[in-house]
Unconditional design. Structure first.
Length: 652
């Protein structure tokens, strides 16, 4: 540990101690709190407030800053005089009512991290959060139905299917689910089709154009620039480098993309035909015609009503209603909950974790990279071998974790990192069941780390397989020469400049690289055969870098069952003998200050934390003062990291 980092930890520990809370005592105090807890900072005298215990800040004339903040917070929850109402005039929270909720935008697996101790959105909405919210409302006796105001979704087809399942669960509770939109394209319309009734605004448009792919090849541009992409691959279908090395998709790539589009098209036709009660031939004709103005969409039975949102709400919601948020706010006055979040961030309280036997969910998202990557913080957007292996080994050693669900959304990356994670999954499986849930993509390295699991689930339109190896380099020597920049590689040893040269490999060098990649491929195929308990010759036939849809992978034995995260969780609970009502342990957990200091995000965290000061002030004025000092500490903290990138070999 660097001296600067060690010093920062000492300062943070001193800060926590000065605030009057001992980390080892917090959990016990919270459990005994019974819904409220004394403010551990309340007894400290703040010299700036004239010694009145911190209930009032600012000192000047006894100005009640906390009271003012509470009033500001309350006023911000109410719409202005010229804004749309957030509830009907006859709404009573103690009586049954309709919920009105806005949904749309990017749907993602996990937030990369939008810093907020008290809620707030980041770059998108987590799929699981939306699903859990729908199921929570389905069980709420006070919610008699739900109206979704749908804006455009940026969502993959596998995620559409998981979200639709949750929408059907809501309807299965004998509660109407109605939706309104202003425009909808393919994915958004498939979400809308899960509703009992669909309304669209006048002059709105439904576009069911069908799935499409658009490979972009830049080899011609590279040739003009004098840049050569020198890539090799093992597997006839391993086409990740084709946009750089070919002017058009190879026959193998066209075959792969064609099969994927066929599966997506079939899903789209089946969903629309089933939900809108239309003949398959009719749906295919609708897709061929593609674009429908609002009245045309109604005539084609793609929607049920053409009206503004307010008119649609009045027509279909025959009950009091109130606006609901996707992120449910903490209960009023939940000082304990806010305090716990702050303490967890500071590291004075442990992460959220169920007591007793439970199932853990490990998210494996993004590129697979060597080393620590960006640590626990980076685990929300990358799969770093050391970080992931450490987490899997920790879960293996935890006797309270009875099964693990590995949720994968990755197109691959480092072969070595994939192998190390595969070994950790294998070792974990020897201790307890490991169930893989494939999201949008679990291909190449993403499939590598899945292959050794106890059982693998995928959705029909998941992209998986791609068992092959590709690697190479961009050789800009020709482009530099055009600019008058000449390079003269020098070394001792026949292969000294094999990785450093700005020119393409010669035939002998290519043979060396190809041999290395074939060795990786042999191990990869062997790992799959071992994990899937299939003959090596059979796996060799299914490999070759070919990408399969989930439905085809199920036929071929590369996955065990068709289903989403819910199905994987149910299987994990069954095999682990864990009650379905037990909460889950989630990795990566809520980031802490230590995670930020160990990553590139420390300064951004401090800036974000400064934006939270008003909310922290409402919880504890003294804590806000301590937090301000903490911000200064983090902003003064600097670290330098040198990262190296190796492009050979990768399983992508």
């Amino acid at each position: 540990m660097s001296r600067a980092r060690r010093a920062s930890f000492v300062c943070v520990s001193a800060l926590i101690a000065a605030c009057g809370t001992h980390p080892s005592k917090l959990d016990g105090e919270v459990e005994a709190a019974g819904g409220s807890a004394p403010d551990p900072w309340a007894t400290r005298t703040d010299s700036k407030s004239g010694g009145d215990g911190g209930e009032k800040l600012g000192g000047a004339g006894g100005f009640d800053l906390q009271g003012m903040l509470e009033k500001v917070t309350e006023s911000m929850k109410k719409p202005g005089p010229y804004e749309a109402p957030e509830k009907s005039s006859d709404y009573d929270e103690d009586k049954p009512h309709f919920g009105v909720m806005e949904v749309g935008g990017d749907i993602i697996e996990r937030q990369t991290f939008s810093f907020s101790l008290f809620g707030g959105s980041g770059r998108g909405t987590e799929l699981r959060k939306m699903i859990d919210r729908l199921r929570e409302l389905a069980k709420d006796d006070q919610v008699s139905g739900l109206l979704l105001r749908v804006t455009g979704f940026d969502i993959s087809l596998p995620d559409v299917l998981e979200l639709r399942a949750a929408m059907h669960d809501f309807r299965a509770a004998n509660k109407p689910l109605v939706c309104h939109t202003e425009d909808a394209t393919n994915a958004t319309y498939l979400v809308l089709s899960a509703c009992d009734r669909i309304g669209i605004a006048p002059l709105g448009q439904i576009a069911v154009t069908g799935p499409a792919a658009m490979p972009i090849h830049v080899k011609g541009l590279l040739d003009k620039l004098g840049v050569q992409a020198d890539f090799l691959h093992v597997g006839a279908y391993k086409g990740a480098a084709e946009p750089l090395t070919r002017e058009a998709p190879s026959p193998e790539m066209q075959e792969t993309l064609g099969a994927i589009l066929d599966r997506h098209y079939l899903t789209m036709v089946e969903v629309i035909a089933s939900e809108r009660k239309l003949a398959v031939t009719t749906v295919k004709t609708l897709i061929d015609n593609a674009l429908y103005a609002s009245d045309q969409a109604k005539a084609a039975k793609l929607v049920d009503d053409v009206s503004s949102f307010e008119t649609f709400r009045e027509q279909v919601v025959k009950a009091p209603w109130t606006k609901l948020e996707l992120d449910e706010d903490a209960p009023e006055g939940d000082k304990l909950g806010a305090l716990l979040k702050i303490m967890r961030f500071l590291g004075a309280a442990g992460p959220e974790k169920p007591t007793g036997d439970h199932v853990a969910v490990v998210y494996a998202l993004g590129n697979i990279v060597d080393g620590d990557g960006d640590g626990v913080l980076g685990a929300r957007q990358e799969i770093a071998s050391r970080t992931m292996v450490a987490a899997l080994r920790a879960l293996a050693a935890d006797d309270s974790v009875k099964a693990v669900v590995l949720r994968i959304d990755s197109g691959g990356g480092s072969a070595q990192a994939s192998e190390l994670i595969w070994q950790a999954v294998r070792d974990l499986k020897q201790q307890k069941p490991v169930i893989v849930s494939m999201s949008d993509v679990a291909a190449s390295g993403g499939y590598y780390i899945a292959a050794g699991a106890t059982k693998i689930y995928a959705l029909e339109n998941t992209l998986t397989g791609s068992i092959g190896v590709v690697g190479g380099k961009i050789a800009p020597g020709g482009a530099l020469a055009k600019l008058g920049v000449n390079t003269y590689p020098m070394g001792r040893g026949k292969r000294a400049t094999i990785m450093a040269s700005l020119s393409p490999w010669n035939d002998e060098e290519k043979a060396v690289i190809q041999r290395s990649m074939e060795e990786v491929y042999t191990v990869f195929v062997g790992r799959v055969a071992e994990g899937r308990k299939q003959p090596l010759d059979k796996i060799k036939q299914l490999a070759q870098g070919r990408v399969w849809t989930g439905s085809k992978a199920k036929e071929l034995g590369l996955v065990d069952a068709i289903g989403g995260l819910d199905a994987a969780l149910a299987e994990a609970r069954t095999l682990g003998k864990v009650d379905a009502a037990t909460d889950l342990e989630i990795y990566p957990p809520m980031p802490t200050l230590r995670n930020f200091l160990q990553s590139w995000g420390g300064v951004q965290a401090a800036v974000g934390l400064r934006g939270e000061l008003a909310a922290i002030e409402a919880v504890s004025p003294q804590l806000a003062d301590a937090t301000e000092r903490l911000i200064s500490l983090v902003l003064s903290f600097r670290t330098t990291r040198i990262q190296t990138i190796s492009v050979l070999p990768v399983v992508r």
